[in-house]
Design a protein around this ligand. Structure first.
Ligand SMILES: Cc1cc2nc3c(=O)[nH]c(=O)nc-3n(C[C@H](O)[C@H](O)[C@H](O)COP(=O)(O)OP(=O)(O)OC[C@H]3O[C@@H](n4cnc5c(N)ncnc54)[C@H](O)[C@@H]3O)c2cc1C
Length: 402
């Protein structure tokens, strides 16, 4: 594959996940066709293939909600922009709380939603039963719904972005591992793949949880690391096809319908069987991480069956037909790095989306393209997503893993 690589390009995108493919599309859309995307395996074979496809506005930080608003405006018109469809459905996200404290936490961001005109409402048990017939509510304190939330299909969306970008002239190379960034003084001037090099004006690192090692080849420290999460899929349960994505606030357990089946996203379990909603903390170093195996922990299936049966009567005799694990691409504040690398001209990063890289990608990809082509992202101020925050210790976000 490397024999066919061009020697020059205006932009090299490393990583053919949803972020790389969407950015290629937005570059092509701006008339930048001399773009190559280099993917070490196959398009979408990283984290993007394993996601649940949830799309929500219900965050606690304003920038996240603004990114969601920008992204969902695009998702609604996805077909117009890319010519494809990916099962995007605005069926809502329903958070349910079993405790009064949980319910109070769900209420906290309501003023933010009101200010940003996101239609979010608090629900009582009767509302929840009407919305999801058969759900158990006797242990619930209440819930919160945004009917404009929903879900889509990450792999199909990726394929549509890549196809549209190809029509715009972007070239994709699979089976092409980028070994190193080429740095000359305070510039990145290209990439090296085995014996081949590509000289370019700019490089975007869109390598998900693998970002730290690649950035380190240009002496740039990026705190992104992998955290395994798993999904399970049921046999046919077609009567739940129109339900919202349901999330237990306290446990993090969530499920959504998918093509007549249901997909479950459990939290991780500790060796003692306790719920672990996110990693305990960042590792001591990022570049030399060995990745844990990507099997599905055996303890998860019985936990999912029990939790699901507790929550909904249709899951009483749940049959799990498929299960897989993928890596969340974590950062210390559960928010991505999106932007230029301040000290190194020509180098940009869009990685570390910590469990919500799919839903926001129409926004983050457009914004990183603005930063690349116009000098700064103008549609939305993304200064807070800069790598600099991890150097200064500034923490503009509330860390939350879902
Ligand atoms: C279980 C699970 C559930 C999720 N649910 C949701 C959800 O409901 N909603 C949501 O928005 N998000 C969700 N996510 C998160 C979302 O899937 C990710 O944030 C998103 O897919 C990240 O995309 P990416 O392109 O940054 O990374 P990836 O898809 O991992 O792509 C990076 C690519 O870079 C390639 N690569 C790495 N290093 C190199 C190199 N040196 N040279 C060439 N190629 C390289 C890799 O092979 C990979 O294909 C979930 C994730 C998981 C694991």
């Amino acid at each position: 594959m490397t024999a066919d690589l061009p020697r020059t390009a205006s932009t090299v995108i490393v990583g053919g996940g949803i972020v790389g493919a969407a950015t290629a599309f937005f570059l092509g859309d701006r008339g930048e066709s001399d773009v190559v995307v280099l993917e070490r395996a196959t398009l979408g074979s990283g984290t993007s293939k394993g996601g649940l496809g949830g799309i929500r506005h219900q965050f606690v930080d304003e920038l996240d909600v603004r990114l969601s608003l920008m992204a969902t405006a695009f998702w609604r018109e996805f077909h117009t922009f890319t010519g494809g469809t990916h099962e995007f459905e605005e069926r809502g996200y329903l958070f349910i709380a079993t405790t009064r404290e949980g319910l109070a936490q769900l209420r906290e961001p309501l003023p933010l939603y009101e200010r940003l005109k996101v239609p979010v409402e608090m629900l009582d048990r009767a509302d929840i039963e009407r919305l999801v017939p058969g759900i158990r509510t006797d242990d619930l304190a209440g819930g919160r719904l945004c009917a404009r939330d929903g879900y889509g299909d990450p792999v199909t969306a990726l394929a549509c972005f890549a196809a549209a970008a190809t029509l715009e002239g972007v070239r994709f190379f699979e089976g092409t591992d980028v070994d190193a960034l080429i740095r000359e003084g305070d510039r990145v001037t290209g990439v090296r793949c085995g014996n081949a090099t590509i000289a370019c004006e700019r490089v975007l690192i869109a390598t998900g949880c693998w970002t730290a090692a690649l950035a380190a080849t240009a002496s740039v420290a990026v705190p992104v690391w992998p955290y395994r999460r798993s999904i399970m899929e049921s046999g046919p349960i077609p009567h739940l096809a129109a339900t919202p994505l349901v999330i237990e606030w306290e446990s993090g357990f969530h499920f959504r319908p998918k093509e007549g089946r249901v997909r479950f996203a459990p939290p991780n379990l500790t060796t003692e069987g306790k719920v672990e909603k996110g990693p305990a903390g960042p590792p001591a170093s990022f570049e030399e991480l060995t990745f844990p195996p990507l099997d599905v922990p055996p303890s998860l299936e019985p936990w999912v069956k029990e939790r699901a049966a507790h929550r909904h009567r249709s899951f009483a005799d749940l049959e799990i037909r498929d299960a897989w694990s993928c890596y969340y691409e974590m950062t210390p504040d559960d928010h991505p790095v999106v932007g230029r690398v301040p000290e190194l001209a020509g180098l940009y990063i869009a990685a570390g989306f910590s469990g919500h890289g799919f839903m926001h990608v129409p926004a983050t990809a457009q914004l990183i393209v603005e930063e690349m082509l116009d000098g700064r992202a103008a549609t939305l101020d993304i200064t807070d997503l800069s790598l600099e925050r991890f150097r200064t210790g500034r923490r503009p976000f509330t860390a939350t893993v879902l």
